[in-house]
Design a protein around this ligand. Structure first.
Ligand SMILES: [Zn+2]
Ligand SMILES: [Zn+2]
Length: 354
């Protein structure tokens, strides 16, 4: 089988808002962690001296490891066996003023010193894992499913378009500066299903993925970049010009009001409209695109603003090419029910991993 979906990876700096001096690391239920780069017992004193070999520790379910600023010299990496991503808990035993903070992640962790008395935790996670985690953090109970799906497409677009442009050394933080994120989304949650059902879909404008912004409540009208005072180029907006559009919901303004209004999206979804209608409303002039390996854009099609048929865009067909060999593919997609990529050269259909 062709490995068509080599997943894109995003690096997210987590829990930095708590300025952690130490982390407690714990495998999630059933997980095994491989921790590399820990100093040997005398490592802290023998840094730079020949023979100070970094230690590897294997942690099974139930084990706990305290990683303190003073003990860490070089970067410490945490993975599953054979370098695979793993499910783990990161705990700050005593966050300043917040008590204990505990988060579960799925990915590969790197811990390093960040200035005096602060550790930085960067989780390298699969793009779809990051999307689901953000959709989960942005959602509340009872949110219409199509609003979550719109959020998933916007989030995926933003992550792909803005990666590497917000921070150096990693792609995004987990705060409002980039996008809010907490725990990994559990399987079968609405966030996970909304993400899976829009897998690989992004917003496209003039052939580029849109850094699709969103905010809580526009108060009745979203702002274009001029109104937002974001014309200095140092904005997260990217190439898409953004247009101020009317929103079906008024109320108190919350957020920057550029891009998708989350409360408005909920309102549109409650009228029986699809995620694509929501996206077409807040991002006029864009298309829905399909990404392939490492988040590269394969093809794009115009969003369909038709009323909810329960099937999103319906059937689309687009030609695209992928890979160094220039393998020709036809991406025929019933968006909303997964994407089928049929390899012409392979002579058989290959369903993209779900
Ligand atoms: Zn940030
Ligand atoms: Zn609004």
């Amino acid at each position: 089988m062709l490995a068509l979906t080599i997943a894109a990876t995003v690096h997210i700096s987590v829990l930095g808002a708590f300025h952690p001096v130490q982390f407690e690391l714990r495998p999630a239920s059933g997980a095994t962690l491989v921790v590399q780069g820990l100093p040997t017992e005398s490592g802290a004193e023998s840094e730079g001296r020949a023979g100070a070999v970094p230690k590897t520790v294997v942690m099974k379910d139930g084990a706990t490891l305290l990683l303190t600023w003073a003990r860490i010299n070089g970067p410490v990496t945490v993975t599953g066996r054979f370098g695979a991503p793993a499910r783990f808990y990161l705990v700050i035993p005593e966050a300043n003023g917040s008590g204990k903070v505990e988060r579960q992640y799925f990915g590969k962790l790197e811990l390093r010193r960040l200035g005096p008395q602060q550790l930085q935790a960067i989780v390298a996670m699969d793009l779809e894992t990051a999307v689901a985690s953000i959709v989960e953090a942005e959602g509340t109970k009872g949110l219409p499913f199509e609003a979550r799906r719109a959020q998933a497409v916007a989030t995926r677009s933003y992550l792909l378009a803005a990666a590497g442009k917000r921070h150096s050394g990693y792609d995004f933080c987990d705060q409002d500066h980039c996008q809010y994120m907490k725990d990994v989304a559990a399987e079968n949650t609405a966030a996970a299903r909304a993400t899976a059902s829009t897998r690989s879909q992004v917003l496209v404008y003039q052939g580029s993925i849109v850094a699709a912004l969103y905010s809580a409540n526009c108060g009745g009208h979203t702002r274009d970049l001029h109104e937002a005072g974001w014309q200095d180029g140092a904005t997260p907006a990217g190439k898409y010009p953004y247009y101020g559009v009317s929103c079906p919901l008024g109320g108190t303004v919350s957020g920057h009001r550029v891009g998708m209004c989350q409360l408005g999206a909920i309102q549109i979804a409650r009228q029986g409209k699809t995620a694509n209608t929501i996206l077409a409303h807040y991002f006029p002039g864009t298309q829905i695109g399909v990404t392939g390996a490492r988040g590269t854009l394969l093809a794009s099609v115009r969003p369909n603003a038709a009323p909810n048929t329960g099937r999103g865009l319906g059937s689309i067909t687009a030609s695209a090419s992928i890979g160094r060999g220039g393998t020709s593919l036809v991406a025929s997609s019933a968006l909303g029910s997964g994407i089928t990529l049929g390899g012409i050269n392979a002579g058989k259909d290959v369903r993209a991993a779900r």
